[in-house]
Design a binder for this molecule. Structure first.
Ligand code: EPZ
Length: 422
């Protein structure tokens, strides 16, 4: 296994290019199953999760060709010869459940392993299943697999989500494009990744209205065609790297960043005393001296503060002037970075879904362990401004969601390297 060594240093300066969104790509890829025509994605991120989704689609008979060093994914699903998504692949990545809706809509049957939980929570899929049942699917849970059938095809229906689930909205949206009749999704998730998926499906011939709002209406069509679609910029990678100059000082331009992708996050950065400006090239974050002010953060579905930036924001607030309260309302166990930050000298008290962070002057480098994707990068951010060296182990978590993190941070002056564990 590899580790990443970070040595605290001075202000950062330069540019960081932001890649295509992992969480958009992971729902755009299964959309290929909805059509027999080619679907090509550009601006795709080079990540291990993308490789896992590629393997899953391949196991179903789809062809996924990676071009231009992985930035282009040319996909074709004219020959789906297997309708079972095996536990072996699904257990590695929960987003695998997103092949269920498209496979069911296309061929009327699918068997998909239940994804199981992960470090940050139980991650049930009940809302996905309820949505598909509302479209006429017959579901049977057997031996850890969902056996789904729609012998006469899916039919339009009304889906009322108790919670604005991102994945369940994506599964329902994809399935509804080929259902007979009209589907209305109420309390739909509003994330930019949902908007990106709808725009791609529309290019394929789907009839969709309302994406980005809480109500999405879909008129089913008989078949979908092919398309070429650019993956939207990754707002979580964007927010993550915006915190590097916020924590270290300096000025960094995030190429491809747009304020509208991270509005709630920018409001919290502004309250903490960090200035963000937008140009045609992207977002510039500047911090010249001055203390970080303590701010309270509550994670919510988009357009609220994203849960995927909570761990990274905590790294900033560890050295803020004052006490910050972070409330995690999306996942039940998403403070595993806290004990690792405490090893670096942070003063954090976690009670259930609430973490109280009392700012300290500086953190001290220490050996720490990555526990999940976003926790791992928050430890790297903390190490950028800590005294001494921080060694982050188990960085395979990082490879799931961040391409070339060492290269991107070194390019703006961070003292960071990746080493093989002896
Ligand atoms: C997506 O996960 C993202 N993953 C997550 O990013 C992100 O944290 C999450 O949305 C929230 O924004 C991908 O897009 C691949 P949800 P998803 O369904 O779809 C509960 C990262 O770091 N729930 O909105 O699984 C669930 O347990 C990852 O990139 C049900 O109870 O999120 C959770 O508490 C982590 N029943 C909450 O809703 C369901 O059927 C949010 O889940 C579905 C979800």
């Amino acid at each position: 296994m590899d580790s990443i060594l970070v040595r605290g240093g001075g202000p950062l300066k330069g540019q960081i290019p932001i890649a295509g969104a992992k969480n958009a790509c992971l729902t755009l890829m299964p959309a290929t199953l909805l059509s027999e025509e080619p679907l090509t994605l550009t601006n795709a991120p080079r990540l291990s999760d993308i490789k896992t989704m590629t393997a899953l689609l391949g196991s179903l008979g789809a062809e996924v060709t990676s071009l231009q060093d992985g930035k282009v994914l040319a996909m074709s699903s004219h020959n789906i010869n297997n309708h079972t998504a095996d536990y072996d692949i699904v257990r590695k990545m929960r987003a695998s459940i997103l092949v269920l809706g498209p496979m069911l809509a296309r061929d009327g049957h699918a068997i998909v392993s239940l994804p199981g939980g992960c470090a940050i929570g139980a991650r049930p899929v009940d809302l996905h299943l309820k949505a598909l049942e509302a479209l006429g699917a017959e579901l049977d849970l057997k031996d850890g697999y969902v056996h789904a059938k729609a012998p006469k095809g899916l039919r339009g229906g009304t889906i009322n989500f108790d919670f604005a689930s991102v994945g369940a909205t994506e599964n329902a949206l994809m399935a509804a494009t080929l259902a007979k009749g009209t589907t209305v999704i109420n309390n739909a998730a509003r994330e930019p990744e949902i908007v990106d998926l709808a725009e791609c499906l529309r290019k394929m011939g789907a009839q969709i209205e309302g994406e980005g709002t809480s109500t999405i209406t879909i008129q089913g069509v008989d078949r979908l065609g092919g398309a070429t679609h650019p993956v939207v910029t990754d707002r979580i990678e964007l927010g993550t790297y915006m915190l590097a100059p916020a924590i270290c000082g300096g000025q960094v331009e995030l190429l491809g960043g747009r304020i509208n992708l991270v509005q709630a996050f920018c409001e919290k950065l502004d309250a903490a005393g960090i200035s963000v400006s937008e140009s045609a090239n992207g977002l510039t974050v500047k911090r010249n001296g001055g203390d970080i002010k303590a701010v309270d953060v509550t994670t919510e579905p988009f357009p609220g503060f994203p849960t995927d930036l909570q761990a990274q924001m905590m790294a900033l607030l560890c050295t803020a002037n004052g006490t910050s309260v972070l409330e995690e309302k999306i996942f039940e166990n998403r403070f595993m970075h806290a004990p690792e930050l405490i090893r670096m000298g942070a003063n954090i008290d976690v009670q259930g879904g609430v973490a109280t962070v009392k700012g300290v002057k500086r953190l001290k480098g220490a050996p720490v362990m990555a526990t999940d994707l976003r926790a791992s990068v928050s430890l790297i951010l903390a190490g950028l401004a800590a005294d001494g060296e921080t060694k982050v182990s188990r960085v395979y978590h990082l490879d799931r969601g961040y391409e070339h993190v060492v290269a991107k941070l070194s390019a703006v002056g961070a003292d960071i390297e990746r080493v093989k564990d002896t």
